[in-house]
Write a protein that binds this ligand. Structure first.
Ligand code: NAG
Ligand code: NAG
Ligand code: NAG
Ligand code: NAG
Ligand code: ZN
Length: 291
């Protein structure tokens, strides 16, 4: 049977109703790489085939389970469903989401192919091996997530909060990386400039712990703020106070967003606009271990 038709048939049937986590989907081969696909549409719909209109691609490497793939798509859907259409459309055109297993590694994706580890570069970042490592000396092939090349990528163990999650369910890396991707690929200059301005004010006012990861630059400021806003960052050192209400961690999404609203209104307005289309009563209900 014609392979394309066969896959289209299987995909079409399985797309209604969407989710039986036990179904097994054969990966499609593209440029020698086997990937599986789900597509997130406007207002949070998820399907297996790309129909007309705008769809955000959520791809999975061959060994990712159906359940982990679906959870990745679900988080993506909850994050994007309230966005203004213009931002969502830019994302669909300029970005993708990806999930991979530890053994396959983030560099399985074509976007990161140039950063793949090689036998000659095993355990070294020196000299001609520098392209296989991040600036702070970690192998790209061993990262938990990344947001380069228009692909927000995450390890399946983090999505599932399994034993393979180095963050032990304390930090939703997909949300963090996805925020970077939105920032880089989908925001108009007017909003990027607002982020720059909010970051500078926050630094001048010492609104957040200036030695935290969140305050290291405006990219991390935005990503940590988005994770904290949606109550999926539990690491206090990373967020520099963005996730701290009173003396402890904020308890829920409502408390989390109100904390940022009160302490950094400029930042709050940006996230409220980008993710909630200025309707602050909307909830994403993300959680660190999405069910
Ligand atoms: C993928 O899974 C198959 C079957 O379990 C296994 O043989 C293979 O080594 C895995 N590949 C990677 C790269 O993890
Ligand atoms: C922070 O600083 C800016 C100027 O840099 C000022 O306009 C703003 O009101 C300050 N915000 C807070 C919350 O202190
Ligand atoms: C949300 O939180 C604010 C302050 O943190 C509180 O005043 C308000 O009652 C809460 N609303 C809901 C619906 O929980
Ligand atoms: C904002 O969202 C709430 C909850 O979904 C909805 O009831 C309300 O109509 C929305 N407001 C506007 C102005 O769209
Ligand atoms: Zn980051």
């Amino acid at each position: 049977m014609n392979l394309f038709l066969f896959l289209a048939f299987v995909s079409g049937v399985l797309s209604i109703p969407v989710f039986n986590p036990n179904t097994k989907i054969s990966p499609k081969k593209r440029n020698g790489l086997s990937l599986k696909y789900l597509y997130v549409g406007e207002r949070g719909t998820i399907q297996r085939i790309k129909t007309s209109g705008y769809w955000l691609t959520v791809e999975a490497t061959a060994n990712v389970t159906e359940r982990a793939h679906q959870r990745t798509a679900l988080t993506t859907a909850r994050l994007t469903k309230h966005m203004p259409s213009s931002i969502f459309h830019s994302l669909c055109v300029n970005a993708k989401v990806g999930v991979f297993t530890k053994a396959e590694g983030m560099t399985s994706f074509l976007e990161y192919a140039a950063q793949r580890d090689t036998p000659q570069c095993h355990q070294t970042c020196a000299g001609s091996c520098s392209h296989t490592c991040t600036r702070d000396g970690r192998k790209f092939s061993e990262l938990v997530g990344g947001s380069g090349h228009g692909l927000a990528a995450v390890l399946d163990g983090n999505v599932m909060c399994s034993d393979a999650d180095p963050y032990r369910g304390q930090s939703n890396i997909l949300v963090h990386e996805f925020a970077h991707t939105v920032h880089r690929r989908a925001l108009p200059y007017s909003i990027k400039n607002q982020i720059t301005s909010a970051f500078q004010s926050a630094r001048q006012n010492c609104t957040w712990d200036i030695y935290s990861y969140a305050m290291s630059n405006e990219m991390e400021y935005f990503a940590e703020a988005v994770s904290s806003f949606f109550n999926v960052e539990r690491l206090q050192s990373a967020a520099g106070g963005m996730n701290t209400c009173g003396h402890g961690l904020c308890n829920n999404e409502n408390e989390s967003k109100n904390n940022i609203k009160q302490k950094d209104p400029k930042l709050y307005n940006i996230i409220n606009q980008v993710f909630l289309n200025n309707n602050e009563t909307k909830m994403a209900n993300l959680g660190n271990c999405v069910t």
